[in-house]
Ligand binder design. Structure first.
Ligand code: FAD
Length: 376
């Protein structure tokens, strides 16, 4: 069966696919999202949902800072605050050497013209996080950063995209893409979706979609680990990370402590399965109990590993395909794409509706990850 009458086929119903569909539909495009499993099945539903400009790659900061403004005004975009609280993010130094690492980072971001990060001393750290262990000496913070609720965010972006007219097809995995005149024919679950534009937002599987339109893009993957404790009384408000040890630590509105920070489990991308590595998790647990000794007796109630694409330079791929006209890529967020969701959808929509964007996206070009096609 052939589904005609769409301007854009968005492949992938994670947050980036939803965000692109939302802006495109509001821009007057007829959009269908085709999602192999269900909306939010992979990285977007597994996310720690940290909303962080702190310590971002400098190349990402212009769009990340724009996204942060959007997070602070999220209700205007999707009719919900997505559970976002701007209680700040702090990277904590446990030693003078670690504090020097933070000072150097601050110098680098200031030299590049960014002023959002701030060094704080022991007293201010203790004022912001009274429960932190006394050996911690300093921190680097962005007070306007924070964290959101990934499921509220998925609900809000889905609802807004649908209200704007986007059609969502779940259980509809893309297996082939072919040219059909000036259009693309996207084959998924026994159906063909025909449109002049494709958005490749297929997360950990995006290189397969890219290959279907002739783009050979080198892509690795991550299987980031998370764990959650039982609920406890309020302990801390900012999101806390550490210098030199993998940790991201925060408390949700419900009182659970959410612990992540980049430690890796294992993934079988083909089988769409990920596996928790408890030895690795114990390293995060150790960092948490060193920083917050009162957490020692808490029970872990849940743990998981979420799958996501990782690029060589940990920068995303955002931009038009260099070879396949009408195709825009948005993937490879390498473990920190949640914060970028509201701005990347807008960029993708600009590229399709206006043929370009005034955002700085040169560093995210797909070409950097493709084999060079030297002239013979
Ligand atoms: C454990 C964990 C913690 C994280 N913490 C943070 C954080 O604190 N802050 C932050 O900024 N970022 C964080 N991230 C990263 C962030 O969650 C991701 O960058 C973001 O959710 C990626 O969204 P996406 O839409 O690109 O990918 P996904 O949500 O993975 O969506 C891709 C979708 O494409 C679908 N798909 C794949 N192949 C096909 C096909 N052939 N046909 C149709 N559909 C297909 C998949 O089923 C999937 O639903 C974290 C990620 C993980 C895993």
């Amino acid at each position: 069966m052939s589904a005609q009458g769409f301007d854009v086929v968005v492949i992938g119903g994670g947050l980036h696919g939803l965000s692109a569909a939302l802006y495109l539909a509001r821009g007057g495009k007829r959009v269908v999202i085709v999602e192999e499993s269900w909306v939010g099945r992979h990285a977007s539903g597994a996310s720690a949902a940290g909303v962080r400009t702190l310590n971002r790659a400098l190349e990402e900061l212009p769009i990340s800072l724009e996204a942060m403004d959007m997070w602070h005004n999220m209700t205007a975009l999707v009719g919900s605050d997505c559970g976002f609280h701007a209680h700040g993010q702090i990277q904590v130094a446990e030693t003078a050497d670690s504090a020097a690492v933070l000072e150097r980072r601050l110098e680098r971001s200031r030299a590049a013209g960014f002023t959002h990060e701030e060094m704080i001393d022991r007293d201010e750290l203790r004022r912001l996080v009274p429960a932190i262990a006394p050996h911690c000496v300093a921190g680097l913070t962005v007070r306007t950063d924070g964290a959101a609720d990934p499921h509220k965010t998925l609900d809000a972006f889905r609802r807004s995209a649908e209200e704007a007219g986007a059609v969502i097809e779940e259980g509809c995995g893309v297996t082939a893409i072919a040219r059909k005149g000036a259009d693309w024919q996207v084959h998924a679950d026994g159906r063909d979706f025909v449109a002049p534009h494709i958005v490749n937002a297929a997360g950990a599987w995006a290189a397969k979609i890219a290959a279907m339109v002739g783009d050979e893009i080198a892509l690795g993957h991550k299987a980031s680990l998370m764990m959650v404790t039982e609920r406890i009384a309020p302990l801390l408000k900012p999101v806390v990370s550490l210098v030199g040890r993998p940790l991201s630590f925060k408390q949700t509105d419900q009182g659970t402590l959410v612990i992540g920070g980049g430690l890796q489990g294992r993934a079988d991308i083909e089988a769409q399965k990920s596996f928790v590595d408890f030895l690795q998790l114990s390293r995060s647990a150790r960092a948490v109990t060193d920083l917050f000794p009162m957490t020692g007796p808490l029970r872990i109630v849940r743990s998981w590993a979420g799958m996501e694409a990782k690029t060589e330079d940990s920068l995303p791929v955002i931009g038009p395909s260099p070879h396949a006209e009408g195709v825009v890529h948005a993937f490879g967020f390498s473990g920190h794409g949640f914060q970028l969701v509201p701005v990347v959808g807008s960029i993708v929509s600009d590229l399709i509706i206006h043929g370009g964007t005034n955002r700085k996206i040169a560093s995210f070009a797909a070409e950097r990850l493709m084999p060079r096609r030297d002239a013979a």
